[in-house]
Design a protein around this ligand. Structure first.
Ligand code: KMT
Ligand code: NI
Length: 179
């Protein structure tokens, strides 16, 4: 399964793991509660994988592109890396499939704590519309990822605070029922 943990409060290099001591793991059930979906697939056969095809079909992930995030392959690298790590939301789900390398997706829980999700080759994750999140490379400095989208992609990040944003409100409404 995927590894996730609550982050420490240090402002050291974002590429470091930032585990608390002792480590405070975040169970998969907690991620599911927050609306984060996850599959482990065989990244070596992404071009012909029937499981990937089935997921794309069921969820209407019609759009697909592949990005190589590393200092030498990503245009405007420094700027992009900085943007990815600004806490933000989107007006749609963020769907990423790690084809090679690794990186961290950080998401906020409902108590505003950061959870760090260690995404490695074969991990496909979906961050729901309206969840506060960010992305960073780890110390390997390399992620090759498939970016999926329902229809024509809109990548616009809305940096925090976005409490009035419709997507943020829709997200929070999902939790307002049972307290
Ligand atoms: C994004 O929108 O944050 C990105 O595409 C970068 C991460 S993809 C592994
Ligand atoms: Ni994002």
């Amino acid at each position: 399964a995927i590894d996730a943990w609550y982050m420490d409060d240090s402002s050291e290099d974002q590429r470091l793991p930032h585990r608390r001591s002792p480590n405070e793991p975040c169970p998969l059930s907690k991620l599911r509660e927050l609306g984060v979906l996850y599959w482990r697939l065989d990244a070596d056969k992404y071009e012909t994988d029937p499981r990937l095809a089935a997921i794309r079909k069921v969820h209407n992930y019609s759009y697909m592109e592949i990005v190589n995030i590393s200092p030498t392959t990503l245009p405007n690298y420094d700027e992009k890396i900085k943007m990815f790590y600004e806490e933000h939301i989107h007006s749609d789900d963020e769907i990423r499939y790690v084809l090679d390398g690794s990186g961290y997706f950080d998401v906020r829980d409902l108590e505003d704590r950061w959870i760090r999700i260690d995404c490695r080759k074969g991990d496909l994750i979906v961050l729901p519309e309206g969840i506060y999140h960010r992305f960073t490379l780890d110390t390997n400095n390399y992620t090759k990822a498939m970016r999926l989208f329902v229809g024509a992609p809109i990548w616009t990040p809305y940096n925090r605070p976005q409490e009035e944003h419709a997507s943020r409100q829709r997200y929070l409404e999902k939790f307002s029922g049972a307290a």
